[in-house]
Design a binder for this molecule. Structure first.
Ligand code: ADP
Ligand code: MG
Length: 386
């Protein structure tokens, strides 16, 4: 799960990681009121969307006069920001962070990320802050310093010092740097983050380290034990179909292809997606309706699949283990009465009472194709969509 910059900064403040003073605002009046409480002459107004690259896209504005904040906020709110991370459709700005403008002497990059490959927590740091780290990695990889921390031992101050010296940080900030990395690491572990990225982390003209940007991702599987983090969830920023699926106990992930898949069990869902690709098309989604797929879940799943305009055909591939095939067939027949299925539909049911289920589908009068095997089904749906 992603959170907004203003939420991440509130979390940073709790962990003694220095951030500029600021407030979230939902309308121009709130933005102006927030600016009036800030101490600095310059105010920064920042669009809050779940994507980076806002600066270059016009989502970060400087107000030299405090009295300009309301009109800047007016201009930003409701605007569709298109950045390299939003995709071409962009994201609507619904909230702003109004914060103190800081005197920047140097911009750095720092992130902690869970690295599954080495089963460690990796620190990535660079003196080239403000740029995309991928760009730095491509053009000047020597400017990136990495450190791998064994989670059993945890981050040690000497490691932070070594990285600080490698980066050539001024000695006035080394102490702050070592402590800040430790605080970020503690936040990472305590809140089950999967990534924390600060770009830029700055050194101010007064030699103070400060996080000017803040991006934190959390491990979805650990959210159940973090009520405070769950409260940060912003459904406006998430795919509405995924939200709806979660509410009905379905595991749904939207993808870019054209074949909608309805499958029970994550393993079978993965195999189905592979076989669709092998047959020459791309899956439009991952959808696991669960081991005990019922009539209701099948109906809901159809509705979710068919609300995606990219779906040009649906492949139902369900194994009747816990649930008998004829109940699934009944669910499909009922769903088809209520949801108009206006794209080709191929159904493959295997397992308990598969024969009866096939017969029911064949006699239902529905416009669908019954398939015998996984490969047969994949080929049939791909051919029909072509
Ligand atoms: P994004 O990464 O989405 O472009 P950032 O938060 O990194 O957004 O802001 C972009 C740039 O704007 C920063 O690199 C920094 O130069 C400037 N900036 C952001 N916040 C402040 C601030 N409070 N004071 C001064 N400059 C800022
Ligand atoms: Mg940034």
């Amino acid at each position: 799960m992603n959170i907004h910059e203003y939420q991440a900064k509130a979390l940073f403040a709790k962990y003694q990681i220095p951030v500029p003073n600021g407030k979230v605002a939902f309308n121009p009046q709130e933005a102006q009121a927030a600016a009036d409480t800030l101490a600095t002459p310059i105010t920064v107004v920042k669009a809050q969307i779940h994507a980076g690259g806002r600066g270059k896209a016009g989502g970060v504005k400087l107000a030299k006069n405090k009295s300009d904040v309301a009109s800047i906020a007016q201009e930003l709110l409701g605007k569709i920001l298109i950045t390299p991370q939003t995709g071409p459709q962009g994201k609507e700005v619904k909230k702003l962070l109004v914060e103190e403008g800081v005197d920047i002497a140097k911009e750095l990059y720092v992130s902690w990320v869970a690295d599954r490959g080495t089963a460690s927590i990796v620190l990535i740091a660079s003196t080239e802050g403000g740029m995309e780290i991928e760009e730095v990695a491509a053009h000047s990889p020597d400017k990136i310093v990495k450190l791998s921390v064994d989670p059993v031992i945890g981050y040690q101050a000497h490691q932070g010092r070594t990285v600080g010296f490698k980066l050539g940080l001024p000695k006035e900030v080394i102490g702050q740097w070592v402590a800040m990395l430790g605080n970020l690491y503690r936040l990472f572990i305590e809140k089950d983050a999967s990534q924390i990225e600060i770009n830029p982390l700055i050194i101010t003209k007064q030699n103070k380290l400060m996080a000017l940007d803040a991006k934190v991702n959390f491990d979805d599987n650990a959210l159940l034990r973090h009520e405070d983090i769950r409260a940060f969830r912003d459904l406006d920023e998430e795919d509405p179909l995924e939200t709806r699926a979660t509410a009905h106990g379905l595991n749904y992930v939207k993808l870019d292809g054209t074949i909608g898949c309805m499958v029970n069990g994550a393993g079978l869902a993965m195999a189905t997606m592979d076989v669709i690709k092998l047959a020459g098309a791309e899956p439009a989604n991952f959808l696991d309706v669960g081991g005990g797929a019922s009539k209701e879940t099948v109906k809901e799943a159809f509705q979710i699949l068919l609300s995606d305009p990219n779906v040009k055909g649906v492949f139902v591939n369900i194994f009747g283990g816990i649930v008998r095939c004829e109940r699934i067939a009944g669910g499909i027949i009922e769903a088809a009465k209520e949801v108009s299925i206006n794209v080709p539909l191929v159904v493959r049911l295997e397992g308990t009472n598969a024969k009866e289920a096939k017969q029911m589908l064949a006699e239902s009068g529905l416009n669908l194709t019954v398939a015998d095997t996984l490969w047969d089904g994949a080929q049939k749906i791909v051919a029909q969509v072509r």
